[in-house]
Design a protein around this ligand. Structure first.
Ligand code: MRU
Length: 343
């Protein structure tokens, strides 16, 4: 099975992004040619998902260099613009890591930076294929010998990456092996990455998809309707604590209670070995309007405030397996990324 989604592409003089804010109703692209537009696109989730942010960050360095040339900025102004891209969203470590991979190439010129960013993109697609295969092997070795009922949260598909996807890469691989009965896609409030994006990808791939309210997930798991949950990640600490879209913790807790494997699929670039545990992961808090209103119409009373963290941190003890491009770590059993990196 192929996927033809191109979330991020270099357009010669700027970065071409598939606008994920208007999916699934419209398939539209925007080309960003300045840092302000790129930072705005990242914050509004035109481009989103940890690996895709990493690719956008790397190309963002080239965007800043071209803008600096056009507008006659000095090196300090250019570097400040690059830092704005790096800090546009705080939780997904890939964004900063993508920028940091491209920055050493700046003295060599824009072409060298674009080539490095393209390498980040190409590696991501290769990594996702490997993640899909390792994840499918691990799951099929433990799951019942029949097509599986899988639950996922948010969108960790081609849209969240440079192609194929991490969690949805595992699902796509299982589907290719004839091992998917259906996927429960949590709708993923408040921005609906599950119902808008994951469902769009699954339907295009011919995979049976049931969108459910986020609040339904624990009950679906406890009722025995799910064989395995597979999610992506935005940042993983050395001990295996995993930041992902808000609501992931509830899925993990229900999986632990029901004895259902909770699988995290992510590239090594999402692992942050500088953090001993998830306590140090910065959690983005977003605009209160995202939860106080629906479709632009205020739903909460005027006097109500909001708490709108975009991510939560699942403790390592709830993560059955972490699937990366190098293999599988059984995190809950003590195979942490920090240990793997030392051996
Ligand atoms: O706010 P978003 O849409 O960028 O959040 C994305 C997620 O939480 C994904 O699950 C994560 O980045 C993994 S993407 C392969």
């Amino acid at each position: 099975m192929t996927d033809d989604v191109r979330t991020v592409e270099w357009a010669g003089d700027g970065l071409r992004l598939l606008d994920q804010t208007v999916l699934p109703g419209r398939v539209e692209h925007v080309v960003v040619r300045d840092v302000e537009a790129l930072v705005d696109a990242i914050r509004r989730l035109v481009v989103r998902g940890a690996p895709a942010l990493g690719v956008a960050g790397a190309f963002g360095v080239a965007v800043a260099m071209l803008q600096a040339e056009r507008e006659g900025w000095d090196a300090a102004a250019r570097d400040a613009a690059i830092a704005r891209v790096r800090e546009a969203r705080p939780t997904a470590v890939n964004l900063a890591a993508g920028v940091d991979r491209a920055v050493p190439l700046v003295p060599k010129g824009v072409d060298a930076v674009v080539a490095e960013a393209q390498a980040v993109l190409d590696e991501d697609v290769r990594n996702n294929r490997a993640i899909g295969a390792f994840g499918a092997d691990w799951i099929t070795a433990r799951a019942p010998d029949r097509p599986l009922r899988i639950l996922t949260h948010c969108n960790a598909g081609a849209l969240a990456t440079a192609g194929w996807g991490t969690a949805l890469g595992v699902v796509r691989e299982l589907h290719d092996r004839g091992r998917v009965e259906k996927v429960y896609a949590d709708e993923t409030r408040p921005l609906l990455q599950g119902s808008r994006l994951t469902a769009w990808e699954l339907v295009r791939a011919g995979i049976t998809c049931l969108v459910q309210a986020d609040g339904a997930a624990p009950s679906t798991i406890l009722r025995g309707l799910v064989d395995v949950a597979v999610i992506g990640a935005d940042r993983i600490a050395a001990n295996g604590d995993t930041a992902n879209k808000i609501g992931s913790v509830g899925v993990a807790l229900a999986c632990a209670a029901a004895g259902v494997p909770f699988v995290v699929a992510a590239p090594w670039s999402t692992v942050d070995l500088s953090l001993a545990s998830g306590d140090g992961i910065p959690i983005e808090e977003r605009d209160p309007g995202e939860v106080l209103a629906w479709n632009g119409v205020r739903t909460a009373p005027d006097a109500a405030g909001a708490f709108n963290p975009a991510f939560d941190v699942t403790p390592a003890r709830l993560v059955s397996a972490l699937v990366t491009e190098t293999g599988v770590l059984e995190v809950a059993d003590g195979e942490t990324p920090g240990r793997a990196a030392r051996t």
